[in-house]
Ligand binder design. Sequence first.
Ligand code: SF4
Ligand code: SF4
Length: 318
Amino acid sequence: MISLTIDGAAVEVAEGASLLDACRAAAREQPTLCHAANLTPANACRICVVELEGSRALVPACSREAEEGMVVSTDSERVRHSRRMVLEFLASSTDLSLSGVDVWLEDYGADPGRYGPPARASERDRRHPGHHPPPDGLLAATVAQEVKVDNDLYVRDYSRCILCYKCVDACGVDAQNTFAITVAGRGFDATISTEYAVPLTASACVYCGNCIGVCPTGALMFRSEHELRAAGIWDEDDQSVTRTVCSYCGVGCNLELHVQGNRIVKVTSPMDDDITSGHLCIKGRFGYDYVQELGDLATTPIDEVLAGVRADGGSPAR
Ligand code: SF4
Ligand code: SF4
């Protein structure tokens, strides 16, 4: 075990634990957007930085390994100042309305509005790194852009993207190993992109939706959720979440069916499922339409159900 001090309290964690783990063990939860238990820490959002005695720079709690005798402060003025600046930069340039950061903005006294009103949406995909007009100093630069709706399953709203790398890592070595997306461009022009910014339908994407599952800001979203939100009828208070086992193959992945108005509106997988660690394939994630198109199995004769499926060109065993 490793012994260290967090905000004056002694804490013990297992060897290999991060400072974030140690903070949690000491009941000192830290804010973070880019950390997820099922991904390798990316150190991208810099919100979880803490002050480490003897270290010149603040250190990211999510990726810094705990060491014997460390003395850590999570709420010093230096930490609070850094977090306030990071939150202001993120919230002034990105739509964080679905990320739940409001409470942190308040806690750290962040005022994103002090950079001026947000600039309008732009064609960010067509920008060339290093070739953009200088800021006019009147508007806050933003990543605002049109929502990408190019397939039936999910949308990409990069106006909400904080470049946390979670989707890239979930699509890559941490889960899917498809490598359909990565970061393109440099500096403020950097974006998450498919190869040559082609639509998803022309990319290597296999629609596992694992990128959606880890996105902390709602930049990646089920099309069903996007459309219900646009219609003003997305209502999480009116949704139930039922844990079940995927019916497609014998692996036994756990699913969480989010149901609103007796319709499945979204499917996730629990992080504590040993099989999935929160990740799924296209069938488990998006293959639920057959449940809703078959009608009520309790009252519809099975012959009618099967006739309906066959007429639809499908198979009950698909
Ligand atoms: S849906 Fe899956 S394959 Fe497609 S971009 Fe997301 S993680 Fe990659
Ligand atoms: S799309 Fe979401 S998961 Fe991907 S980098 Fe942006 S905020 Fe992170």
